[in-house]
Design a protein around this ligand. Structure first.
Ligand code: ZN
Length: 68
């Protein structure tokens, strides 16, 4: 019988999704629930980055500062 590897994050569910951070060898390491949770975390992080970019005051362009 094949040994079922458990999720590396929660350890409660069988790992069904390969860890995308380990390229080359696709070994199932995380369960679908933890994978989805991680994707959601990534989305939050990406949205935060976009928000920060938008809120950061834009430095004046070179033409404006050199004009005088
Ligand atoms: Zn899990």
């Amino acid at each position: 019988m094949k040994k079922v590897k458990m999720c590396e994050i929660c350890g409660e569910r069988p790992a069904t999704i390969p860890d995308r951070e380990r390229m080359g060898r696709l070994i199932n390491r995380v369960c679908g629930v933890c994978h989805a949770a991680r994707l959601r975390g990534d989305m939050v992080h990406i949205l935060e980055c976009h928000k920060n970019v938008r809120l950061t005051p834009q430095p004046p362009t070179r033409k404006e500062t050199e004009g005088n």
